[in-house]
Design a protein around this ligand. Structure first.
Ligand SMILES: *Cc1c(COP(=O)(O)O)cnc(C)c1O
Length: 387
């Protein structure tokens, strides 16, 4: 099925964008669905203080994790917040063989008054279910997903850092734990939520990153799992990422698998192109691109600021020509972990171009992080108070 630009649904109206707009009950009402079992504190104050200095991304984990288990007979049960620690799994667990797994990524931000907030949690709740459907995993009620965030963050509130650009990165995930080597959708599934106090994703802040455009590999194909947040998409991006490393580049950009001409996204971030006339363009959602919460929020902010935003096909050839001619002034990537990052260098077989501009990228970064950290007004009620 081919789509023309005119038939493409605007990202302001996708099912995920609509789900994100449904109000969420106050955290006090959801709290307690994942009751704390076991001790309230694990690390000493000194150990925690040590862990919270010099934060990077994804190395350090908080005291607890949330867990629930689904079985085909009983549905979801056993909701709890328990000490963070190793999990034991049958070597025959289906996830280890067939990769039946989905995950999410969302952050808890500490505001200046000490309160703790997250960003559009229903978007991620709804997206986990979209991913789960594609991977034949059970859906989790959206408000249970959000309750797991509330209960874990309340248990580990001291783990939410307060430095500039720091947050408690929350990683919900769900996998097939049934011990069975036959190929079918598992009848036993575990959901976990772990939390990692994190600094900036790219250690060099808003420094531009360099991109290797992969012309040998794709991260997703038509009818596949590109729109789902699932480990397999990441597994298939690791070899091209090594190729990027060998080329001296920070990240990979993938092209579509049908024409092999159109930009899709990075391994874990969407991309946006800023034209010199102020228009912002981003690849439209074709089913092989992941629909980012950050992408969606940026489209909303730019549209409401009166900027022209176009979701369309962006060819690599066209982009290179437009960078050359000055028609394109900036390119940036966006996602929860890294927020917004300028792309300063695009490299691939037969080309090597620089992109200088960063003005709009910085504006968007400052506006979005301003809302997330409570420094700017939140006219969309995107922020949800966890604690
Ligand atoms: C998670 C992810 C993104 C970004 O989504 P956000 O909701 O903005 O964090 C983009 N692309 C891929 C492939 C992803 O997995």
């Amino acid at each position: 099925m081919t789509e023309t630009a005119a038939s493409v649904t605007s990202s302001l109206e996708t099912p995920l964008a609509r789900a994100a707009a449904v109000p969420v009950p106050q955290a006090d009402e959801l709290a307690g669905r994942f009751p704390l079992t076991g001790p309230a504190r694990i690390a000493s104050d000194a150990e925690r203080a040590q862990a919270l200095t010099d934060l990077h991304f994804g190395h350090v984990f908080s005291d607890h994790m949330a867990h629930a288990r689904w079985t085909r007979q009983e549905g979801w049960g056993g909701h709890e917040v328990r000490p963070y620690g190793e999990i034991s799994l049958s070597p025959a667990a289906a996830v280890l063989h067939y990769g039946q797994e989905v995950f999410e990524g969302i952050k808890a931000y500490r505001h200046a008054d000490g309160s703790i907030w997250t960003f559009r949690p229903r978007y991620n709740a709804a997206r986990m279910n979209v991913s789960a459907r594609r991977l034949a995993l059970p859906e989790m009620p959206e408000e249970d997903f959000i309750a797991s965030l509330v209960d874990l963050v309340r248990a580990d509130a001291d783990w939410v850092p307060e430095g500039d650009g720091e947050s408690l990165y929350l990683r919900p995930f769900m996998f097939a734990s049934e011990a069975f080597l036959g190929v079918h959708a598992a009848g036993v599934v575990d959901y976990y939520l772990i939390a990692s106090p994190s600094g900036a994703y790219f250690t060099h802040g808003l420094q531009p990153i360099s991109i290797w455009v992969s012309q040998n590999y794709h991260r997703a194909g038509r009818g596949g799992t590109g729109f789902a947040k699932t480990g397999g998409n990441y597994a298939s991006s690791l070899l091209p990422q090594q190729e990027a490393d060998a080329q001296g580049c920070d990240q990979v950009c993938f092209l579509d698998d049908v024409t092999e001409k159109n930009l899709e996204e990075l391994g874990g971030m969407n991309i946006m192109v800023v034209d010199a006339d102020g228009t912002v363009r981003t690849p439209h959602l074709t089913g092989t691109i992941l629909e980012g919460n950050t992408r969606s929020a940026i489209i909303r902010l730019l549209t409401d600021a009166g900027r022209r935003v176009v979701e369309d096909t962006i060819t690599l050839e066209g982009l290179l020509a437009d960078i050359e001619s000055g028609k394109v002034s900036e390119v940036f990537a966006c996602g929860t972990a890294a927020v917004v990052v300028p792309l300063g260098h695009l490299k691939g077989e037969g080309f090597d171009v620089r992109i200088e501009g960063q003005e709009v990228t910085h504006q968007i970064h400052d506006r979005l992080t301003g809302i997330q950290y409570g420094r700017l007004e939140d006219p969309y009620n995107w922020m949800y108070r966890l604690a």
